[in-house]
Design a protein around this ligand. Sequence first.
Ligand code: PGA
Length: 253
Amino acid sequence: MSRKIIVAGNWKMNKNAAEGRALVEALKNGIAGLEAAEIVVCPPFTTIGSVVEAAEGSPIGVGAQNIHWEANGAFTGEISADMLKTSGVQYVIIGHSERRQYFGETDETVNKRLVAALAAGFTPIVCVGELLEEREGGKTEAVLAQQIRVGFAGISAEDAAKIVVAYEPVWAIGTGKTATPDMAQQAHAFIRGELRALFGNVADDMRIQYGGSMKASNARELVAQPDIDGGLIGGAALKADDFIALIREALAL
Ligand code: PGA
């Protein structure tokens, strides 16, 4: 069992094309010696083109923040696998809590997007995580189990091996509140157990990122946990120095 650490920056609705290009140029200069981590940036759709160009020839992978399940048609505001593929995208974030909270994403639509992403050969980053009231109500495991069982329905073990899961407790996203390493490890171990129930031993090869106010100062102790295989980073991915410092800490350098 060896799982390569994966650190992905989720830029959310930040960075126009010129800003995205500048950030990637700065990252390229800073990541020498950090090849032990898989490094990904996920810009907004309109910034993808310039980021792909800027990242060319570097180990930085590029991801999108959403994907639609249909190949084309009357789906205003959505984007297809082919559009992403031909733009040079390799990764796709699916089911981020902001999509669930503000844009009506459900476990069922997560599943449809996941099926489409796998069929197109992307590495999907599937987000799961509980709300504060769910944690306080002792429902964290039930919520995670439901998100995984429905979100991953019908996926083969062979395809599952390609999926990255991001555990993002919603109360920790953008709030400065991080789950303690113990708390996060507990949730990650539970998630891996659910994945094992669905996919058998493949679960041991699947990477599970932590997300939610991860930064350089807490990345090391989080990624040191046995079931935490990297991070999905919002705020701390928007400045090259912050992101590079975080990756170094995640690698315990
Ligand atoms: P944050 O966001 O690092 O700003 O908390 C993480 C995420 O939403 O992926």
